[in-house]
Ligand binder design. Structure first.
Ligand code: BG6
Length: 489
């Protein structure tokens, strides 16, 4: 197996993402022999750390993530720290000198990944300086990885994109949506396109509705400042939720190549029925958590959290009904919801099939359970099918049974973390599981009228107690169509 070689430069190396996700992922790539010895990691940040301080931070992060204590000296010797001021050109020149030196030491052939894991206001400045100061001009390849948020609406995203594009081509830009690195999100395509049982039914003739839920138990933690300007719509729906919808709804690509898959996803986003500001309340519900209780723990309301305004109008929950105006999906609602401080951490896709034309087991006043295909993304991974079988003893009666196929799905313990897969993809130059600019642009265009309507107060802000499954208004959204949310935990 050929190992990719590169120097990975992490901007924001003293931050939370680097510590929680990036260092452990790089460690696992080495452990799983996806990368060999020809790599180096350069952490840049404002703090005046030494290499030793940086290395001990890296080592702590790995011990915590892997829950084991090993001697990591050999691994951390590949890590170097470089104090940095993003607005100072000479910082870039010094960094370049270091990178050239490490290139020689680790035989990385001039390959460079610039990973921007820091405040987005500097993304444009950094990208441009990397080019102007010559850091992208090597014998190898250069790629830039951008963490979210990619803008806060369409115009700001476009501006940011232009700034980055002045320095990098689209095929050098890797926009992270970490949901695309999740094993079961990647499984959506395989489940759909490799099974004769599902693909023929995957359309408006057989599917009644599709529900995508991503609920979290955590509140805003210490991210109040960021979250106040973001809310659930920008934080989760514009990116992760719409990406999952695109994968569920896209046509089979003609080949499994990056461009073919992307172009099918883009078509779904183009077919999303646009919602105008005045219609928003017919399709979307926003909510904010108030104080509540979960597992006997008292939880404060969102407005009591640190760095949150007393009268904050920021939504910590959003539910919506999407319609996809194309041949396959006309008339099938896609219901999506996501929120913080809900009753369970659960990301699930539930595909509800239509009833058969005449059900012989129908009893007056009772509901016949529909067939459900449940794709469990996290924390459980796998698939569950709900089918109807004979009710014990009673001829003429049926009952729904859930068949759990999860144990057959994954090898178990070692499913790689999203970031591990995404970093490896980037090292190999595979951008399939990253977001193309066209997808970002279309997602913002869909989302912008919703946030504008909310800013203008055109729709109310519902509330829900912390530890619940969201506001009752979100149940009503489905009731209007004669549907209900299926339980997700
Ligand atoms: C991030 C959001 O993109 O996704 C966070 O900014 C959220 O607010 C997180 O908590 C959820 O990710 P996961 O992988 O835990 O579902």
């Amino acid at each position: 197996q050929e190992h990719p070689k590169a120097v990975i430069v992490i901007f924001g190396a003293t931050g939370d993402l680097a510590k929680r996700k990036l260092f452990p992922s790089i460690y696992r790539l080495v452990q799983n022999e996806k990368i060999g010895n020809d790599f180096a990691v350069v952490g840049v940040g404002r703090r005046p750390w030494t290499n030793d301080e940086f290395r001990s931070n890296v080592s702590d992060s790995i011990q915590t993530a892997m829950k084991e204590s090993k001697n990591l000296d050999n691994f951390t010797s590949h890590f170097h720290y470089h104090p940095f001021d993003v607005t100072n050109p000479s910082s870039y020149l010094e960094l370049n000198t270091l990178l050239n030196e490490l290139d020689g030491t680790y035989q990385t052939e001039g390959n460079r990944i610039f990973f921007l894991a820091m405040a987005p206001e500097f993304f444009g400045t950094i990208a441009q300086n990397l080019k102007i100061q010559g850091l992208t001009d090597t014998n190898g390849w250069s790629r830039i990885v951008i963490e979210k948020p990619f803008g806060h609406d369409h115009p700001s995203a476009q501006k940011l994109n232009q700034e980055i594009r002045e320095a990098f081509n689209e095929d050098q830009i890797y926009r992270i949506d970490h949901y695309l690195g999740k094993e079961m999100v990647q499984n959506i395509e395989v489940i759909r396109f490799s099974n004769a049982l599902f693909e023929p039914l995957w359309n408006n003739r057989y599917i009644a509705n599709i529900q995508v839920t991503s609920s979290e138990v955590l509140g805003v933690e210490d991210r109040g400042r960021y979250y106040e300007n973001s809310g659930a719509l920008r934080d989760m729906l514009q990116n992760h939720m719409l990406q999952m919808v695109a994968l569920l709804a896209m046509e089979p690509p003609i080949k499994l190549t990056t461009n073919e898959i992307r172009s099918e996803k883009v078509k779904v986003l183009r077919a999303l029925r646009a919602i105008s500001e005045d219609e928003v309340s017919d399709y979307f519900v926003r909510g904010q958590y108030t104080s509540g209780q979960l597992d006997e723990q008292q939880l404060i309301g969102y407005r009591e959290e640190n760095n949150v305004a007393d009268e904050s109008q920021t939504e910590t929950y959003v539910a919506g009904k999407l319609l996809i105006d194309n041949f396959r999906w006309a008339g099938v609602p896609f219901y999506i919801r996501t929120g913080k401080r809900m009753a369970a951490k659960s990301t699930k896709i539930i595909v509800q099939f239509k009833d058969i034309p005449m059900n012989l087991y129908y009893k007056k006043g009772e509901q016949v359970a529909p067939n459900l295909l449940i794709i469990n993304i996290q924390p459980d991974e796998g698939v569950t099918l709900q089918l109807n079988v004979k009710k014990d003893g009673d001829a003429g009666d049926s009952k729904p049974v859930k068949f759990d196929l999860s144990s057959n799905f994954l090898d178990g313990l070692n499913t790689p973390e999203a970031y591990e897969k995404l970093i490896y993809d980037c090292l190999r130059g595979d951008a399939t599981n990253f977001t193309h600019w066209d997808e970002v642009a279309l997602s913002w265009k869909f989302v912008d009228p919703i946030s504008q309507a909310w800013t203008k107060g055109k729709a109310g802000l519902a509330t829900y107690p912390a530890g619940s499954m969201g506001p009752k208004e979100a149940d009503e959204l489905l009731e209007e169509d004669g549907n209900e949310w299926w339980p997700v935990y």
